[in-house]
Write a protein that binds this ligand. Structure first.
Ligand code: CTP
Length: 396
Protein backbone atom coordinates (compact mmCIF):
# COMPACT_ATOMS: atom_id res chain seq x y z
CA UNK A 1 0.00 0.00 0.00
CA UNK A 2 1.46 3.37 -0.87
CA UNK A 3 0.21 6.68 0.43
CA UNK A 4 2.62 8.30 -1.98
CA UNK A 5 3.86 11.12 0.23
CA UNK A 6 0.36 12.07 1.43
CA UNK A 7 0.60 14.49 4.33
CA UNK A 8 -1.19 13.23 7.43
CA UNK A 9 -1.61 15.24 10.61
CA UNK A 10 -2.02 12.65 13.37
CA UNK A 11 -3.84 14.19 16.35
CA UNK A 12 -3.60 12.37 19.67
CA UNK A 13 -6.14 13.08 22.41
CA UNK A 14 -6.30 11.87 26.02
CA UNK A 15 -7.06 8.17 25.96
CA UNK A 16 -4.94 5.27 27.15
CA UNK A 17 -4.97 4.15 23.50
CA UNK A 18 -2.56 7.09 22.88
CA UNK A 19 0.36 4.62 23.06
CA UNK A 20 -1.13 2.75 20.11
CA UNK A 21 -0.92 5.96 18.09
CA UNK A 22 2.87 5.51 18.12
CA UNK A 23 2.47 2.20 16.25
CA UNK A 24 -0.13 3.80 14.00
CA UNK A 25 2.33 6.59 13.20
CA UNK A 26 5.01 4.05 12.30
CA UNK A 27 2.62 2.21 9.97
CA UNK A 28 1.60 5.47 8.29
CA UNK A 29 5.30 6.18 7.67
CA UNK A 30 5.95 2.63 6.45
CA UNK A 31 3.11 3.08 3.96
CA UNK A 32 4.77 6.15 2.49
CA UNK A 33 2.93 8.98 4.29
CA UNK A 34 4.59 12.12 5.60
CA UNK A 35 3.37 12.85 9.14
CA UNK A 36 3.19 15.54 11.78
CA UNK A 37 1.78 15.11 15.27
CA UNK A 38 -0.56 17.35 17.26
CA UNK A 39 -1.51 16.41 20.82
CA UNK A 40 -4.07 17.65 23.29
CA UNK A 41 -2.68 18.45 26.75
CA UNK A 42 -4.30 15.28 28.12
CA UNK A 43 -2.97 13.22 25.22
CA UNK A 44 0.52 14.44 26.13
CA UNK A 45 0.02 13.16 29.70
CA UNK A 46 -0.52 9.59 28.46
CA UNK A 47 2.46 9.54 26.08
CA UNK A 48 5.04 12.30 25.97
CA UNK A 49 5.59 14.40 22.85
CA UNK A 50 9.22 13.25 23.03
CA UNK A 51 8.16 9.64 22.44
CA UNK A 52 6.40 10.63 19.21
CA UNK A 53 9.24 12.92 18.14
CA UNK A 54 11.85 10.23 18.73
CA UNK A 55 9.91 7.20 17.47
CA UNK A 56 8.57 8.88 14.35
CA UNK A 57 11.12 11.64 13.67
CA UNK A 58 8.14 13.92 13.20
CA UNK A 59 7.42 17.44 14.47
CA UNK A 60 5.04 17.57 17.43
CA UNK A 61 2.90 20.45 18.71
CA UNK A 62 0.91 20.37 21.93
CA UNK A 63 0.21 24.02 22.59
CA UNK A 64 1.47 26.58 20.11
CA UNK A 65 0.79 29.46 22.51
CA UNK A 66 3.38 28.10 24.96
CA UNK A 67 6.18 29.30 22.70
CA UNK A 68 5.13 32.77 21.57
CA UNK A 69 8.54 33.61 20.09
CA UNK A 70 8.02 30.81 17.57
CA UNK A 71 4.36 31.56 16.93
CA UNK A 72 3.75 31.50 13.22
CA UNK A 73 0.07 30.52 12.99
CA UNK A 74 0.74 26.78 12.89
CA UNK A 75 -2.95 26.02 13.36
CA UNK A 76 -3.42 27.61 9.93
CA UNK A 77 -0.24 26.43 8.24
CA UNK A 78 -0.62 22.85 9.55
CA UNK A 79 -4.32 22.84 8.66
CA UNK A 80 -3.35 23.77 5.08
CA UNK A 81 -0.41 21.36 4.97
CA UNK A 82 -2.48 18.26 5.82
CA UNK A 83 -4.10 16.14 3.10
CA UNK A 84 -5.85 14.36 5.95
CA UNK A 85 -6.27 15.00 9.67
CA UNK A 86 -6.53 11.74 11.58
CA UNK A 87 -7.61 12.06 15.21
CA UNK A 88 -6.55 8.78 16.79
CA UNK A 89 -7.39 8.08 19.51
CA UNK A 90 -10.35 10.46 19.62
CA UNK A 91 -11.97 11.03 23.02
CA UNK A 92 -15.65 11.87 23.62
CA UNK A 93 -14.38 15.35 24.50
CA UNK A 94 -12.65 16.16 21.21
CA UNK A 95 -15.64 14.85 19.23
CA UNK A 96 -17.98 17.01 21.36
CA UNK A 97 -15.80 20.08 20.80
CA UNK A 98 -15.71 19.57 17.05
CA UNK A 99 -19.48 18.94 16.91
CA UNK A 100 -19.98 22.26 18.71
CA UNK A 101 -17.38 24.16 16.68
CA UNK A 102 -15.24 24.85 19.76
CA UNK A 103 -11.61 25.74 19.11
CA UNK A 104 -9.78 26.09 22.43
CA UNK A 105 -6.51 24.23 21.85
CA UNK A 106 -4.18 23.39 18.99
CA UNK A 107 -5.96 20.21 17.88
CA UNK A 108 -9.51 21.63 17.85
CA UNK A 109 -8.37 24.92 16.28
CA UNK A 110 -6.52 23.15 13.49
CA UNK A 111 -9.54 20.94 12.76
CA UNK A 112 -11.75 24.01 12.54
CA UNK A 113 -9.26 25.69 10.20
CA UNK A 114 -8.77 22.85 7.71
CA UNK A 115 -10.48 22.24 4.40
CA UNK A 116 -9.08 18.71 4.16
CA UNK A 117 -10.91 15.56 5.28
CA UNK A 118 -10.87 14.89 9.02
CA UNK A 119 -11.35 11.38 10.43
CA UNK A 120 -11.87 10.36 14.05
CA UNK A 121 -10.94 6.99 15.50
CA UNK A 122 -12.80 6.93 18.84
CA UNK A 123 -11.48 5.03 21.86
CA UNK A 124 -13.41 5.18 25.10
CA UNK A 125 -15.37 3.32 27.74
CA UNK A 126 -18.58 1.68 26.44
CA UNK A 127 -20.92 3.76 28.60
CA UNK A 128 -19.23 6.96 27.44
CA UNK A 129 -19.54 5.88 23.81
CA UNK A 130 -23.17 4.88 24.19
CA UNK A 131 -24.13 7.99 26.14
CA UNK A 132 -26.78 9.80 24.10
CA UNK A 133 -24.69 12.99 24.20
CA UNK A 134 -21.72 11.20 22.58
CA UNK A 135 -23.97 9.50 20.04
CA UNK A 136 -25.53 12.87 19.22
CA UNK A 137 -22.08 14.46 18.84
CA UNK A 138 -20.91 11.68 16.54
CA UNK A 139 -24.04 12.15 14.45
CA UNK A 140 -23.49 15.90 14.24
CA UNK A 141 -19.81 15.43 13.37
CA UNK A 142 -20.84 13.10 10.55
CA UNK A 143 -23.48 15.53 9.35
CA UNK A 144 -20.78 18.21 9.25
CA UNK A 145 -18.83 15.96 6.87
CA UNK A 146 -16.29 14.44 9.30
CA UNK A 147 -15.58 10.71 9.20
CA UNK A 148 -15.99 8.70 12.39
CA UNK A 149 -14.65 5.17 12.35
CA UNK A 150 -16.57 2.35 14.00
CA UNK A 151 -14.86 1.19 17.22
CA UNK A 152 -14.01 -2.43 17.98
CA UNK A 153 -15.64 -4.53 20.67
CA UNK A 154 -13.61 -6.34 23.30
CA UNK A 155 -11.63 -5.89 26.52
CA UNK A 156 -11.25 -2.24 27.49
CA UNK A 157 -8.57 -0.62 29.66
CA UNK A 158 -11.22 0.14 32.32
CA UNK A 159 -11.67 -3.60 32.87
CA UNK A 160 -15.03 -3.79 31.11
CA UNK A 161 -15.85 -5.66 27.94
CA UNK A 162 -17.72 -3.91 25.16
CA UNK A 163 -17.74 -1.40 22.37
CA UNK A 164 -15.32 1.49 22.37
CA UNK A 165 -12.02 -0.29 21.78
CA UNK A 166 -9.45 1.40 19.57
CA UNK A 167 -9.52 -0.59 16.29
CA UNK A 168 -6.50 -2.62 15.14
CA UNK A 169 -3.83 -0.48 13.46
CA UNK A 170 -4.27 -2.49 10.22
CA UNK A 171 -7.99 -1.56 10.16
CA UNK A 172 -7.13 2.12 10.62
CA UNK A 173 -4.59 1.90 7.79
CA UNK A 174 -7.35 0.41 5.56
CA UNK A 175 -9.62 3.30 6.53
CA UNK A 176 -6.89 5.83 5.69
CA UNK A 177 -6.36 4.08 2.36
CA UNK A 178 -10.05 4.50 1.66
CA UNK A 179 -9.95 8.21 2.55
CA UNK A 180 -6.81 8.98 0.56
CA UNK A 181 -7.09 6.63 -2.39
CA UNK A 182 -10.26 4.61 -2.89
CA UNK A 183 -12.74 7.29 -1.83
CA UNK A 184 -11.43 9.51 -4.61
CA UNK A 185 -12.43 6.93 -7.19
CA UNK A 186 -16.02 8.13 -7.02
CA UNK A 187 -15.04 11.67 -8.04
CA UNK A 188 -16.81 12.57 -11.26
CA UNK A 189 -18.42 9.15 -11.55
CA UNK A 190 -22.06 9.31 -12.57
CA UNK A 191 -24.26 7.57 -10.03
CA UNK A 192 -27.96 6.96 -10.46
CA UNK A 193 -29.86 6.37 -7.20
CA UNK A 194 -33.52 5.57 -6.58
CA UNK A 195 -35.22 6.24 -3.25
CA UNK A 196 -38.52 6.16 -1.41
CA UNK A 197 -41.77 4.37 -2.12
CA UNK A 198 -43.96 4.49 -5.20
CA UNK A 199 -47.72 5.05 -5.13
CA UNK A 200 -50.11 3.02 -7.24
CA UNK A 201 -53.38 4.92 -7.43
CA UNK A 202 -56.46 2.76 -7.77
CA UNK A 203 -58.76 5.78 -8.13
CA UNK A 204 -58.21 9.56 -7.81
CA UNK A 205 -58.15 9.44 -3.98
CA UNK A 206 -56.64 6.08 -2.99
CA UNK A 207 -53.34 4.38 -3.54
CA UNK A 208 -51.28 1.30 -2.64
CA UNK A 209 -47.86 2.07 -1.18
CA UNK A 210 -45.41 1.22 1.64
CA UNK A 211 -43.79 3.13 4.54
CA UNK A 212 -40.38 3.66 2.90
CA UNK A 213 -39.01 7.06 4.00
CA UNK A 214 -36.31 7.33 1.33
CA UNK A 215 -33.71 8.04 4.07
CA UNK A 216 -31.12 5.50 2.96
CA UNK A 217 -31.22 6.58 -0.69
CA UNK A 218 -30.85 10.24 0.24
CA UNK A 219 -27.98 9.55 2.63
CA UNK A 220 -26.18 7.56 -0.08
CA UNK A 221 -26.82 10.35 -2.58
CA UNK A 222 -25.49 12.95 -0.15
CA UNK A 223 -22.37 10.95 0.76
CA UNK A 224 -21.65 10.18 -2.92
CA UNK A 225 -21.95 13.84 -3.84
CA UNK A 226 -19.57 14.79 -1.02
CA UNK A 227 -17.11 12.29 -2.54
CA UNK A 228 -17.30 14.21 -5.80
CA UNK A 229 -19.74 11.98 -7.70
CA UNK A 230 -22.27 13.37 -10.13
CA UNK A 231 -25.54 12.13 -8.61
CA UNK A 232 -29.01 11.75 -10.14
CA UNK A 233 -31.74 10.80 -7.69
CA UNK A 234 -35.05 9.38 -8.91
CA UNK A 235 -37.40 9.40 -5.95
CA UNK A 236 -41.00 8.61 -5.10
CA UNK A 237 -43.08 10.71 -2.65
CA UNK A 238 -40.84 11.53 0.35
CA UNK A 239 -40.83 14.12 3.13
CA UNK A 240 -37.08 14.59 3.50
CA UNK A 241 -35.36 17.58 1.90
CA UNK A 242 -32.96 16.70 -0.90
CA UNK A 243 -29.45 18.04 -0.25
CA UNK A 244 -28.04 20.66 -2.64
CA UNK A 245 -25.98 19.57 -5.60
CA UNK A 246 -28.06 16.51 -6.44
CA UNK A 247 -30.09 16.37 -9.63
CA UNK A 248 -33.46 15.02 -8.54
CA UNK A 249 -36.38 13.64 -10.53
CA UNK A 250 -39.64 13.24 -8.67
CA UNK A 251 -42.02 10.43 -9.68
CA UNK A 252 -45.16 8.88 -8.25
CA UNK A 253 -45.79 5.43 -9.69
CA UNK A 254 -43.58 2.41 -10.40
CA UNK A 255 -44.20 2.99 -14.09
CA UNK A 256 -42.96 6.59 -13.89
CA UNK A 257 -39.94 5.44 -11.89
CA UNK A 258 -39.23 2.86 -14.57
CA UNK A 259 -39.25 5.52 -17.33
CA UNK A 260 -37.06 7.96 -15.37
CA UNK A 261 -34.52 5.25 -14.49
CA UNK A 262 -34.35 3.94 -18.07
CA UNK A 263 -33.80 7.49 -19.39
CA UNK A 264 -30.88 8.05 -17.06
CA UNK A 265 -29.24 4.62 -16.89
CA UNK A 266 -27.30 4.75 -20.14
CA UNK A 267 -25.15 7.67 -18.98
CA UNK A 268 -24.31 6.35 -15.51
CA UNK A 269 -21.34 4.34 -14.20
CA UNK A 270 -23.28 2.85 -11.33
CA UNK A 271 -26.90 2.48 -10.24
CA UNK A 272 -28.01 2.01 -6.64
CA UNK A 273 -31.65 0.96 -6.33
CA UNK A 274 -32.78 1.68 -2.78
CA UNK A 275 -36.39 2.45 -3.77
CA UNK A 276 -39.19 0.31 -2.39
CA UNK A 277 -40.92 -0.01 -5.74
CA UNK A 278 -44.47 -1.36 -5.60
CA UNK A 279 -44.54 -4.91 -6.95
CA UNK A 280 -48.24 -4.71 -7.86
CA UNK A 281 -50.54 -2.18 -9.38
CA UNK A 282 -54.06 -2.13 -10.80
CA UNK A 283 -54.38 -2.84 -14.54
CA UNK A 284 -56.27 0.42 -14.98
CA UNK A 285 -56.85 3.23 -12.51
CA UNK A 286 -60.53 4.12 -12.10
CA UNK A 287 -61.21 7.67 -13.36
CA UNK A 288 -63.87 8.26 -10.71
CA UNK A 289 -63.75 7.54 -6.98
CA UNK A 290 -64.76 3.91 -6.37
CA UNK A 291 -67.99 3.94 -4.38
CA UNK A 292 -68.34 1.78 -1.28
CA UNK A 293 -71.49 0.03 -2.49
CA UNK A 294 -72.98 -2.82 -0.44
CA UNK A 295 -70.37 -5.57 -0.43
CA UNK A 296 -66.59 -6.10 -0.34
CA UNK A 297 -64.29 -4.88 -3.04
CA UNK A 298 -62.05 -7.26 -4.96
CA UNK A 299 -59.03 -5.62 -6.56
CA UNK A 300 -57.23 -7.27 -9.41
CA UNK A 301 -53.52 -6.51 -9.22
CA UNK A 302 -50.91 -7.01 -11.91
CA UNK A 303 -47.14 -7.02 -11.48
CA UNK A 304 -45.20 -3.83 -12.15
CA UNK A 305 -42.03 -3.95 -14.22
CA UNK A 306 -39.04 -5.04 -12.17
CA UNK A 307 -36.77 -2.08 -12.91
CA UNK A 308 -33.69 -3.57 -11.32
CA UNK A 309 -34.06 -6.87 -13.17
CA UNK A 310 -34.30 -4.95 -16.46
CA UNK A 311 -31.15 -3.00 -15.62
CA UNK A 312 -29.41 -6.30 -14.84
CA UNK A 313 -30.06 -7.46 -18.40
CA UNK A 314 -28.52 -4.38 -20.04
CA UNK A 315 -25.91 -3.36 -17.47
CA UNK A 316 -22.71 -4.23 -19.38
CA UNK A 317 -19.75 -2.86 -17.38
CA UNK A 318 -21.87 -0.70 -15.09
CA UNK A 319 -21.88 -1.52 -11.37
CA UNK A 320 -25.37 -2.43 -10.20
CA UNK A 321 -26.41 -2.41 -6.54
CA UNK A 322 -29.81 -3.65 -5.37
CA UNK A 323 -31.50 -3.74 -2.00
CA UNK A 324 -33.50 -6.53 -0.45
CA UNK A 325 -35.79 -5.92 2.48
CA UNK A 326 -36.73 -9.26 3.98
CA UNK A 327 -38.73 -10.50 6.92
CA UNK A 328 -37.07 -13.96 7.01
CA UNK A 329 -34.25 -16.04 5.42
CA UNK A 330 -32.43 -12.83 4.70
CA UNK A 331 -29.18 -14.25 3.28
CA UNK A 332 -30.80 -16.94 1.14
CA UNK A 333 -33.43 -14.60 -0.33
CA UNK A 334 -30.87 -11.87 -1.01
CA UNK A 335 -28.50 -14.31 -2.70
CA UNK A 336 -31.32 -15.39 -5.04
CA UNK A 337 -32.06 -11.75 -5.95
CA UNK A 338 -28.35 -11.05 -6.49
CA UNK A 339 -28.16 -13.87 -9.05
CA UNK A 340 -31.57 -13.55 -10.71
CA UNK A 341 -31.24 -9.77 -11.22
CA UNK A 342 -27.57 -10.02 -12.30
CA UNK A 343 -26.32 -7.58 -9.65
CA UNK A 344 -22.76 -6.80 -8.55
CA UNK A 345 -23.84 -6.23 -4.97
CA UNK A 346 -26.98 -6.48 -2.86
CA UNK A 347 -27.68 -4.85 0.50
CA UNK A 348 -29.94 -7.13 2.47
CA UNK A 349 -31.74 -6.00 5.58
CA UNK A 350 -34.42 -7.21 7.87
CA UNK A 351 -37.62 -5.33 8.64
CA UNK A 352 -37.72 -5.01 12.46
CA UNK A 353 -38.14 -2.40 15.21
CA UNK A 354 -34.66 -0.89 14.75
CA UNK A 355 -34.09 -1.69 11.11
CA UNK A 356 -35.71 -1.19 7.74
CA UNK A 357 -38.48 1.27 6.87
CA UNK A 358 -38.70 4.55 8.78
CA UNK A 359 -36.01 3.74 11.35
CA UNK A 360 -32.77 5.77 11.73
CA UNK A 361 -30.63 2.69 12.22
CA UNK A 362 -30.07 -0.44 10.22
CA UNK A 363 -28.01 -3.59 10.10
CA UNK A 364 -27.26 -5.28 6.84
CA UNK A 365 -25.56 -8.05 4.96
CA UNK A 366 -23.65 -6.98 1.87
CA UNK A 367 -23.43 -9.79 -0.68
CA UNK A 368 -21.23 -9.55 -3.76
CA UNK A 369 -21.31 -11.30 -7.13
CA UNK A 370 -17.87 -12.82 -6.42
CA UNK A 371 -19.29 -14.64 -3.38
CA UNK A 372 -17.86 -12.28 -0.74
CA UNK A 373 -20.16 -11.40 2.12
CA UNK A 374 -19.85 -8.63 4.70
CA UNK A 375 -21.93 -8.09 7.82
CA UNK A 376 -22.62 -4.53 8.96
CA UNK A 377 -23.75 -4.58 12.62
CA UNK A 378 -26.52 -2.25 13.84
CA UNK A 379 -25.43 1.28 12.96
CA UNK A 380 -26.84 4.61 11.78
CA UNK A 381 -28.25 4.71 8.27
CA UNK A 382 -25.65 7.41 7.52
CA UNK A 383 -22.79 5.04 8.44
CA UNK A 384 -24.35 2.26 6.40
CA UNK A 385 -24.58 4.62 3.41
CA UNK A 386 -20.86 5.38 3.72
CA UNK A 387 -20.03 1.69 4.12
CA UNK A 388 -21.92 0.88 0.89
CA UNK A 389 -20.01 3.59 -0.99
CA UNK A 390 -16.78 2.36 0.51
CA UNK A 391 -17.40 -1.10 -0.92
CA UNK A 392 -18.41 0.42 -4.25
CA UNK A 393 -15.25 2.51 -4.48
CA UNK A 394 -13.11 -0.56 -3.80
CA UNK A 395 -14.70 -2.30 -6.77
CA UNK A 396 -15.61 0.33 -9.34
N1 CTP B 1 -37.14 -3.39 -7.50
C1 CTP B 1 -37.32 -2.78 -8.71
N2 CTP B 1 -38.53 -2.82 -9.33
C2 CTP B 1 -39.57 -3.48 -8.78
C3 CTP B 1 -39.40 -4.12 -7.52
C4 CTP B 1 -38.17 -4.05 -6.91
O1 CTP B 1 -36.38 -2.18 -9.24
N3 CTP B 1 -40.74 -3.50 -9.39
C5 CTP B 1 -35.80 -3.34 -6.86
C6 CTP B 1 -35.77 -2.59 -5.54
O2 CTP B 1 -35.44 -1.23 -5.73
C7 CTP B 1 -34.65 -3.33 -4.79
C8 CTP B 1 -34.71 -4.74 -5.35
O3 CTP B 1 -35.43 -4.66 -6.58
O4 CTP B 1 -33.37 -2.82 -5.09
C9 CTP B 1 -35.37 -5.78 -4.47
O5 CTP B 1 -36.64 -5.37 -4.09
P1 CTP B 1 -37.54 -6.31 -3.17
O6 CTP B 1 -38.89 -5.68 -3.05
O7 CTP B 1 -36.78 -6.67 -1.92
O8 CTP B 1 -37.60 -7.63 -4.02
P2 CTP B 1 -38.52 -8.17 -5.11
O9 CTP B 1 -37.67 -8.49 -6.29
O10 CTP B 1 -39.67 -7.25 -5.33
O11 CTP B 1 -38.97 -9.57 -4.46
P3 CTP B 1 -39.97 -9.88 -3.23
O12 CTP B 1 -40.90 -8.68 -3.10
O13 CTP B 1 -40.65 -11.12 -3.69
O14 CTP B 1 -39.12 -10.10 -2.03
Amino acid sequence: MNFDGSKILLCVSGSIAAYKAVYLGRELLRNGAEIRIAMTENGAKFVTPLTFRAALSAPVIVNQLDEPEKFDMEHISWARWADLILVAPATANIIAKVAAGIADDFVSTTILATKSPVAFVPAMNTAMLQNPATQRNIRIAEELGYYVMQTDSGALACGEEGEGRFPEVSQIIDFVKYLLVEGKKLAEKKILITAGPTREFIDPVRFLSNPSSGKTGILIADAARKMGADVTLVHGPINIPIPDGIESISVISADEMHSAVMDNFKNCDCAIMTAAVADFTVPKKSDAKIKKGDGNLKLELVQTKDILAELGKIKGEKFLIGFALETENIEENARKKLASKNLDMIVANLQSKNTGFESDTNEALLLFADGEIKKIPLTSKRKLAKEILRELSKRI
